[in-house]
Design a protein around this ligand. Sequence first.
Ligand code: TYM
Length: 394
Amino acid sequence: MHDLYGTVREVSEKKFVVTPWEVSGVVDYEKLIREFGTQPISEALARRLEAKLGDAAYLVRRGIFFSHRDLNLVLDDYDKGKGFYLYTGRGPSGPMHFGHILSFYFTKWLQDRFHVNVYIQITDDEKFLEQKRHLSYEDTQKWTVENILEIIAVGFDPEKTFVLQDTEFVGHAYPLILKVARKINYSTAKSVFGFSGETNIGFSFYPSIQILPSLLEKKRCLIPSAIDQDPYWRIQRDIAESLGYQKAAAIHSKFMPPLTGIADKMSSSRPETAIYLTDDDKTVKNKIYKHAFSGGQSSIEEHRKLGGNPDVDVPFQWLYMFFEPDDERIEEIRSEYKSGQMLTGQIKDILVEKVTTFLHQHRERKEKATSKVHLYKKDGTLAQELWKHDFTNT
Ligand code: TYM
């Protein structure tokens, strides 16, 4: 299908689809950059960012965050003292898995280094309206409460972070949402998002709501997310300046592959494809030993002789994309696995250990999250500012 903005792509040689609601096939990221019209993160830009990034630098150095819009301008603004702010989000459709949390940790590490405001949108409206999910309103509310705790466990600064839950906040911001909605005509929305005659009218209005948080300050807004969310920012960039705001900047990640193999995306409806942040140690172990797709050979002798293929080995890919930040160590694992010295079971052991340690620490913070929800949603400095903000005057 060919469309105005190139959102839905089916590429003949290697078929893949990337939209905000679907990722399937093996994604060709270079092709996606060309078709979405984003920029690859150049060597020079990566160096410039890395120098500022600290803990998050490995995600840029390794090309996990690989594409951007106006990231150079964000850094210029920062260097000139104009500042910027961050925005990311979550659609509460079920338990969160590691793919979902990647952008949140990255955003938290950016906040730590740049000391900037962070807006986190919880799109309970989107997940209720999305037809193929068939979620009840009550389900979306249950997952909202649960997902917010996972997000708070990431450790954002409660005074500089506002968690805006759509069904609570959009009424307050409605005047600005209306201004956005009036700028987007139906043929643009149709071609970008693939809306059809079957789409309910709530869903076709929804894009104006996902654009809102990119217009909450007059500073430049930088949006970390996987590249599937980019279609919203393309529309935002077409209309922001006419509303007196800046074009959104974005930094895009690749998709963490499902446990079951490097094609497609982890899915909340297929538990064997993902590790959820709520999985206990035993489940983590079982999922990795049973379902993680291996790039190893079929017997130990073969493996010792021919070695494994880290490019398709999901345990290696997960270590590389998130769980092993130490460059020397990850290259050691790669070469030992490739040479056949490290066996499939051993690389899985490493991943099990990393994932369970990570989850223990995350869960410890989650236990303390309930008592902090009010700060992020209502009482922290930034939350209070936004609730007091007069949107009739923006
Ligand atoms: P949602 O809930 O589908 O996804 C939440 C975040 O996770 C990213 N993501 C992944 N990243 C890496 N690997 C994966 N396998 C993977 N799967 C999902 C998504 O890109 C996203 O960053 N409509 C949005 C909610 C939203 C939002 C935003 C997201 C509202 N405003 C601003 C990002 C930025 C949604 O349903 O995301």
